[in-house]
Design a protein around this ligand. Structure first.
Ligand SMILES: C[S@@+](CC[C@H](N)C(=O)[O-])C[C@H]1O[C@@H](n2cnc3c(N)ncnc32)[C@H](O)[C@@H]1O
Length: 274
């Protein structure tokens, strides 16, 4: 079994495939000011097995397209959507996030938890913007430095894993440079890493190694994950995920009314933020 298949096997039974939490998904929803009864079109990009997709489907009246390039994860999501009774509003799309098939201005909200790094934050926010309606929202979590100075071993690890890692002010600047209006940012708490992601993963290690006969490839994956966990535990004051909420500006006032209504957001929302 190749490395990707092993990673799928390790992660597909997890609730989340990256740091996050249901309370933080809901907090981002509130920070974005999304009206829960509006008939929104949402894409959840890099959805994994759908922790955020399925929560959004339960909290909103929206139609959600859950996108991931791994059909194994989407199969799990489809089964869970059926079991939760939201399958009529959730559809899955096996596709890469750099080849999304959405029409221009088709989406009210782009959601992406712990996934935009796969094409890079700057590229993702730039390329996905055209899919948003004027006034539409981007909600994305991204690994972020919490401090301006970091211990060398942490810096070296993340510089080699993801050179685009940066402080929140730099991420917000990227959003601004690409024409978004940042609405807010918050840091995912430690619980999202440990209880939401690392501890459940560690609990799966023994069975995973057993299933794969303790092969060198399986052991290498466990060792790499363990190293990342140890680094996080040692240096969690310096790194986390940030949740970023930003809006694609609405068209100027004389043509804005229709676009705002089409986006499904109430006047109150715009009055608060304009
Ligand atoms: C860290 S996981 C996060 C999953 C989920 N959003 C969550 O928070 O549990 C990243 C996800 O991005 C997906 N992914 C990686 N590269 C991708 C690509 N090029 N296009 C689409 N999805 C991709 C992976 O399959 C994985 O499900």
């Amino acid at each position: 079994m190749d490395e990707l298949q092993l990673l799928i096997d390790l992660h597909k039974s997890a609730h989340r495939q990256g740091p996050g939490g249901d309370a933080e998904t809901e907090k981002a929803l509130d920070l974005a000011g999304i009206e829960r009864s509006a008939p929104l079109e949402i894409a959840d990009i890099g959805c994994g097995t759908g922790a955020s997709t399925l929560l959004l489907a339960r909290l909103l009246q929206a139609r959600i397209t859950a996108v991931d390039f791994l059909p194994d994860f989407l199969d799990v999501l489809d089964r869970q959507a059926e079991a939760l009774g939201v399958a009529d509003r959730v559809s899955t799309l096996a596709c890469s996030m750099d080849e999304l098939p959405f029409a221009d201005e088709a989406l009210d909200v782009i959601w992406s938890e712990g996934a935009i790094y796969n094409i890079g934050f700057a590229r993702g926010v730039a390329e996905w913007k055209r899919f948003l309606k004027p006034g539409g929202l981007l909600v994305a979590s991204e690994i972020t430095w919490l401090t301006d100075m970091r211990p060398a071993e942490l810096q070296q690890h993340w510089d080699s894993e993801y050179p685009e890692i940066d402080v929140a002010s730099a991420k917000i600047r990227v959003l601004e440079k690409h024409g978004y209006s940042p609405l807010g940012y918050f840091v995912l708490p430690e619980r999202c890493w440990l209880e939401g992601y690392y501890r459940p993963m560690q609990a799966r290690f023994d069975d995973f190694l057993e299933r794969h006969g303790h092969s060198a490839e399986a052991r290498a994956i466990v060792m790499a994950e363990q190293r990342e966990i140890s680094l996080y535990e040692a240096h969690k004051a310096h790194v986390s995920y940030g949740m970023y909420v930003a809006r694609k500006p609405a068209r100027s006032r004389h043509s804005a009314e229709g676009a705002m209504d089409a986006a499904g957001f109430g006047r109150t929302y715009y009055d608060n933020f304009e």
